[in-house]
Design a protein around this ligand. Structure first.
Ligand code: 13P
Length: 262
């Protein structure tokens, strides 16, 4: 993971239905940009498309949408981080809000540690269901971060990406879009939590992305004013023209700063 690059992740969720369509979208995105200097692009398609898509373009890194903590065994339906590793996949989303109901916080922590043990970079998703007037959501996210990173070493922290995805701002049923100021506030809180737990130098290595209704119109705002280290894009990552526009927005940011100068 290049330390000074923005990271643009596409989470395709359970889309598209066919491999043919997946290849078309993937190559459409790959054709949409030349060599990138300041941006890393990761696409997380449904797992059964990973192997084929790997052959379509090397410009895009691949990620899974989830990974199980055990290496192998009687766990029907699960895919382990070690399996992803043998496939050459380097990233996986962990704890996405559409998956979290299946797992406890402790199991999310096991997933994070299982990924790190297998050399897979977890993209750990955190985020509250609603913004309550008493600001309980701040503590909620704090606890999500703390529990997910329990027993993770300082050295391993550099290999963790955190994505703040407020559930109320995700998908077609979003209450409203989050603002870049709301993201900035939350990323500062997350950094404070990391700082208290791991110290400043380890914290400075962690990238914090924003996700939730990211589109071509708000991407720049989150990257520039929200100081996001990258974006986790759902719906718009299935549209090659729009997703490449978001990638180019990141690549063309002129004020890219080093991790210690954020
Ligand atoms: P949308 O961009 O479709 O709101 O999805 C966000 C998301 O959940 C990405 O992981």
């Amino acid at each position: 993971m290049a330390i000074n690059k923005k990271i643009i992740v596409g989470n395709w969720k359970m889309n598209p239905v066919s491999l043919k369509e997946a290849e078309k979208i993937f190559s459409g995105i790959a054709k949409g940009f030349a060599v990138l200097k300041k941006t890393q692009v990761i696409i997380c398609p449904p797992a059964l498309f990973l192997e084929k898509l790997k052959k379509v373009s090397t410009k895009i890194s691949l990620g899974s949408q989830d990974a199980f903590w055990e290496e192998s065994g009687a766990f029907t339906g699960e895919i382990s981080a070690s399996m992803l590793d043998t496939l050459g996949v380097r990233y996986t989303i962990v704890g996405h809000s559409e998956q979290r109901h299946k797992y406890t916080d402790e199991e999310i922590n096991r997933k994070v540690r299982g990924c790190l043990a297998s050399g897979i970079i977890p993209i750990l998703c955190v985020g509250e269901t609603e913004r309550d007037a008493d600001h309980k959501y701040l503590n909620f996210v704090k606890q999500q971060v703390e529990s997910a990173l329990d027993k993770v070493s300082k050295n391993s922290l550099a290999k963790v990406i955190i994505a703040y995805e407020p559930i109320w701002a995700i998908g077609k049923t979003a209450v409203r879009e989050a603002t870049s100021a709301e993201f900035l506030e939350m990323s500062l809180l997350i950094k404070k939590v990391l700082n208290d737990k791991f110290g400043k130098s380890a914290t400075d290595t962690v990238k914090i992305l924003y996700g939730g209704s990211v589109n071509t119109k708000n991407a720049l705002d989150f990257l520039e004013n929200g100081k996001a280290d990258g974006l986790l894009v759902g719906r718009e990552s299935l549209n090659p023209a729009k997703f490449t526009e978001i990638i180019k927005t990141s690549e063309n940011l002129n004020s890219l700063k080093g991790p210690n100068k954020k």
